[in-house]
Design a protein around this ligand. Structure first.
Ligand code: ADP
Length: 266
């Protein structure tokens, strides 16, 4: 049973059909990337996965269930950014503690006991030095780490990250993807990274879906990256290409292993 199963999803926003028949299956335990130019529908597709967007057609299933409150409890979501008032007076510890029933009453607990639970369920994020800091005083990269920790505290089976480095400076981006890869390796959960950042994601993702209103191309990063036509996806309309691993009559595999093709829309 796939972690994500999207079939024939269509979404119209105003006059534009933003998603024009999107289908994809994400196997469990993978770290995959969803890429595409601005306006290609990445955020809209994510909203469909989170049950925030009405579908005009099609179906979405997560972990084998239709999208709804029950399955969404098993999903972690990290937003692009969390706009905070500078005067927002909550520490990282207090913010994170709200996520779990066993830490929610932190004011009756010893700090040490709270921290132990938080660090145990969100390991490897460098939270130790952040717990006492005010949430509103963090850098973009630090805040992203806290947001990842917040979703991990819910013990998700599937983690969705929307353009995760949007608020992070360029040197910080590399670390950030390392961090996600580490979380993925450590916890073995399914991770979906939504990004327009090709280079970073490609080094880390096990599979890449390129979106442009439809899934116009998918494959292993090196395959998708090598396809000249990927560039074409950035700027032209495309129709889906269904690849069925048909080998040529002479029995040799197509160059590059997996055929990738873009078909300009007529
Ligand atoms: P991405 O995340 O890939 O940049 P989006 O899913 O945010 O793309 O947006 C896809 C397209 O839908 C864009 O052209 C955007 O302008 C348009 N769009 C987004 N929200 C609305 C809306 N509420 N009404 C009309 N058009 C919208």
């Amino acid at each position: 049973m796939p972690a994500i199963d999207v079939r024939g999803v269509r979404v119209r926003l105003g006059d534009v059909e933003v998603l024009r028949g999107v289908s994809l299956r994400v196997p469990r335990g993978q770290m995959v990337a969803l890429i595409g130019p601005n306006g290609s529908g990445k955020t809209t597709l994510l909203r469909c996965l989170l049950g925030l967007q009405r579908l005009d057609a099609g179906e979405v299933r997560l972990l084998g269930e239709p999208v709804g409150p029950r399955v969404l409890r098993r999903i972690g979501y990290v937003p692009q950014r969390l706009p905070l008032e500078p005067s927002f007076a909550l520490s990282v510890r207090e913010f994170l503690a709200l996520r779990r029933p066993d830490t929610r009453r932190w004011f009756f607990q010893r700090t040490r006991a709270t921290d132990d639970v938080l660090l145990r369920h969100a390991p490897g994020l460098g939270l130790e030095t952040l717990l006492g800091r005010p949430l509103s005083g963090l850098s973009g990269g630090q805040l992203q780490r806290v947001l990842i920790a917040y979703s991990l505290l819910g013990e998700p089976e599937l983690l969705l990250l929307d353009e995760p480095t949007a608020g992070v400076d360029t040197p910080g981006e590399q670390d950030f993807y390392e961090l996600i890869a580490d979380v993925h390796a450590r916890l073995g959960i399914t991770v979906v990274l939504v990004s327009h950042d090709l280079g970073m994601v490609f080094r880390r993702a096990s599979w890449v879906y390129a979106l442009n209103g439809v899934i116009c191309c998918e494959g292993r990063p090196e395959e998708v990256m090598n396809a000249d036509s990927l560039k074409a996806a950035y700027g032209i309309h495309v129709t889906p290409y269904h690849h069925h691993h048909h080998h040529p009559a002479n029995g040799t595999a197509p160059e590059g292993g997996v055929p990738i093709a873009f078909h300009p829309r007529r």
